[in-house]
Design a protein around this ligand. Structure first.
Ligand code: PEP
Length: 241
């Protein structure tokens, strides 16, 4: 069984010196492994510095434009990201959906375009607190998958289940709920799409999602900014049978 440990740095760190240190400390804390693939997703401004530099750590972008090039001020296209030798791109992270009004339609266009440049899209889905309280969690996630991955070869993408209420809150999803959502996502996408869990994962709880809830890996925000914590997560996952 192959596992994945992905770190989403979001809009951090705020200077190149700290970013370089975090990257080199992260690379030191993990190793190239047949069992666990590690990737980090730094801000765009550091991609060229890190992509292809360390064999222990693959690089991904946190977002991409829905067009290849042209009059799209402030955007970075998947072709430009692929040209930097990045491997992955996050698409439809809940912060993009909420703060930058990204719709499932955008997610779908971006996913298709990223695939056309041989990037591996990591498509993020997840319900809000309100959705879960109203009993709509499964329906919301199924709808996001259906629309975001319409006409997409799902064997070529990763899915990340990130309940919005668990992101950055310290309130990680319960194992039973996470297991149920992994089951639902696998039912929709089939057995060949790796599924990651994300939402307040850390060295204490992370490996449990893989061992007990059927996930193939983790998408980690806050804890990926601490190289020692991230290294512990790597070790925990490497130690799984
Ligand atoms: C994320 O932003 O993808 C994430 C999972 O964040 P955190 O681990 O901080 O909850």
């Amino acid at each position: 069984m192959k596992y994945y440990l992905f770190g989403n740095w979001k809009c951090n760190p705020t200077n190149a010196q700290e970013a370089k240190k975090l990257f080199s400390d992260t690379a030191k804390g993990v190793k190239r492994s047949e069992k666990v693939e590690t990737a980090v997703f730094p801000p765009f401004c550091y991609l060229a510095e890190f992509a292809g530099k360390k064999k222990e750590v693959a690089i991904g972008a946190q977002n991409c434009c829905f067009k290849e090039s042209g009059a799209f001020t402030g955007e970075v296209s998947p072709k430009q990201i692929a040209d930097l030798e990045c491997k992955y791109v996050l698409i439809g992270h809940s912060e993009r959906r909420k703060l930058f009004f990204e719709t499932d339609g955008f997610v779908n266009e971006k996913t298709k375009l990223a695939l056309s440049f041989d990037l591996i899209p990591v498509v993020c889905v997840g319900e809000t607190d309100e959705d879960r309280t109203a009993g709509r969690a499964v329906e919301v996630v199924k709808n996001q998958l259906a629309a975001g991955l319409k006409d997409v070869d799902v064997k070529k993408v990763f899915a990340a289940y990130e309940p919005v209420w668990a992101i950055g809150t310290g309130k990680a999803c319960g194992i039973a709920e996470a297991r149920e959502m992994a089951r639902v996502i696998r039912e929709v996408l089939g057995p060949d799409t790796p599924i990651l869990y994300g939402g307040s994962a850390n060295a204490k709880n992370g490996a449990v999602y893989l061992k007990e809830a059927g996930y193939n890996g983790l998408l980690v925000g806050g804890a990926s900014l601490k190289a020692d914590e991230f290294a512990k997560m790597f070790q925990e996952i490497e130690g799984l049978e």
